[in-house]
Write a protein that binds this ligand. Structure first.
Ligand SMILES: *Cc1c(COP(=O)(O)O)cnc(C)c1O
Length: 443
């Protein structure tokens, strides 16, 4: 059975557009596009069959099944020829139960989906593998693409640079100068991308890259390109699969440009359409209070207005005018959605609290955890609910934030869980005195 996928306008304009065209918006109304699959063809194989097939493939080393994305290729990009697969075995990340943290916040069944364990250290790999593979096939079929380019708050550029390097395609990344961490900046440099640090914020970088795509033959790699969403949607499929095809009650995800939440919904939608699941989880988007346009819309009957994003430690979601806001709102309306926000202090303390239970969370995961703590405190999530928190990036990319927190140098944050190093002379008694009391709080 041949499976196929095409672009279609999210606002419902008629007609389909080939995914092998460099196009990011509906030519009629300018709205975003989404990828639609031939669901009838996919349905010809029963739900039980799909589950068995995906379980057999899961995390096998052989290409392409080492990838959490390409082991579900029929649901993602069925017409990609194997020779054009650009994969770094992304996804297939751990889903980890965090018992001590759950107990501390009064929710027993909390799990963290560790997307930061993926190849470049964030969930962005899930979408980038699809986008770069499609570009490779387009070029192989004769399309002229000068370079693949993105605006980025850090993680997108790291991911684009790695996949473009693996494919041998030139990459251009445009970053707001001084607003990404050194670890994030060095990733695209190391992978040989042309890195442009602009004197503007993320939203300013986005405006420039969209113009490059329109006028200068550059292929756009931001998440308004819905090929990215196709890869990212395997996130929800993978979570359900890891629970033995059971749906959690609540999923919490930190949102910036808001492609990720629509991707999460798209994965659940397809599983529902094909009968692999029958229940919907509730979806919670968590935003930094400093960059909270979706939170404001939620509190205002979904009437959206862009904001000027203020500086936040959660730099990857410092976005005031999210490109995928319409898709995100549609998703939240289908999934009984909630939007919550976290201040700098709340996100830093929540990240530190989770670290005390053995994690090493990035600040964006801190935003998600802080949102969960607020929901738990006001009873919006039950004590026994099964909750999955999407950890979007690896904490090691944000070590400066941890150092500042634990040494009391984060502005506006009076760090509740700070744990500064104790400096001592080379003296046994001083050491012995310093470990007095170390068992406190560890009963
Ligand atoms: C990109 C990113 C997000 C937000 O994802 P969107 O799709 O832009 O909403 C959250 N956390 C991290 C670490 C990211 O890199």
């Amino acid at each position: 059975m041949p499976y196929r996928a095409a672009f279609r306008c999210i606002a419902g304009c008629p007609g389909e557009i080939s995914i092998w065209q460099p196009i990011y918006q509906c030519p009629r109304c300018g709205g975003l596009l989404q990828v639609v699959h031939d669901v009838d063809a996919l349905r010809a194989r029963g739900a039980a069959d799909w589950k068995r097939c995906f379980d057999e493939r899961y995390a096998h080393a052989a290409k392409p099944n080492g990838s959490g994305v390409w082991s579900k290729k029929e649901w993602v990009c069925p017409e990609l020829r194997d020779e054009n697969l650009v994969t770094m075995n992304e996804g297939a990340t751990s889903l980890l139960r965090v018992e001590r943290y759950g107990r501390a916040i009064g929710v027993e069944d909390v799990w963290v989906k560790q997307c930061g364990l993926s190849h470049t250290g964030s969930f962005k790999d899930l979408g980038m593998t699809v986008l770069v593979s499609v570009v490779k096939q387009m070029i192989g079929d004769g399309a002229r693409v000068r370079a693949v380019a993105c605006a980025s708050t850090g993680d997108t550029s790291a991911s684009l640079a790695a996949y473009a390097a693996a494919a041998g395609i030139p990459a251009v990344v445009i970053l707001p100068r001084g607003r990404v961490t050194p670890a994030q900046l060095v990733q695209p440099l190391a992978n040989g991308a042309r890195v442009l640090a602009l004197d503007t914020d993320f939203d300013g970088c986005m405006t420039i890259v969209r113009r490059l795509a329109q006028e200068d033959g550059v292929y756009l790699a931001n998440s308004m390109n819905s090929l990215r969403i196709e890869g990212q949607k395997t996130l929800s499929i993978e979570i359900v699969q890891q629970f033995g095809w059971e749906v959690p009650d609540l999923v919490v995800i930190p949102g910036g440009n808001l492609g990720n939440v629509s991707a999460l919904g798209a994965g659940f939608d397809l599983m529902l359409d094909l009968g692999l699941i029958v229940k919907r989880p509730r979806i919670v988007v968590a935003q930094a209070a400093a960059a909270n346009p979706l939170y404001r819309a939620y509190r205002n009957q979904w009437r959206f207005e862009p904001v000027a994003a203020r500086t936040t430690i959660a730099s990857a979601i410092q976005i005031g005018n999210p490109v995928s806001v319409e898709k995100a709102i549609r998703t939240l309306q289908r999934y009984d959605g909630i939007v919550e926000q976290a201040t700098e202090r709340e996100l830093a303390d929540a990240a530190a609290r989770a670290d005390r239970a053995g994690l090493f969370t990035c600040p964006h995961t801190g935003v998600a955890l802080a949102a969960l703590e607020k929901l738990a405190a006001r009873g919006d999530v039950g004590k026994t609910a099964r909750v999955v928190v999407i950890s979007t990036a690896n904490g090691l990319k944000f070590a400066d934030f941890k150092v500042a927190y634990h040494t009391g140098r984060l502005p506006d944050v009076d760090a509740r869980h700070a744990n500064a190093p104790v400096e001592l002379p080379n003296d046994y008694d001083a050491v012995r005195r310093a470990i007095d009391g170390v068992t406190e709080g560890h009963a």
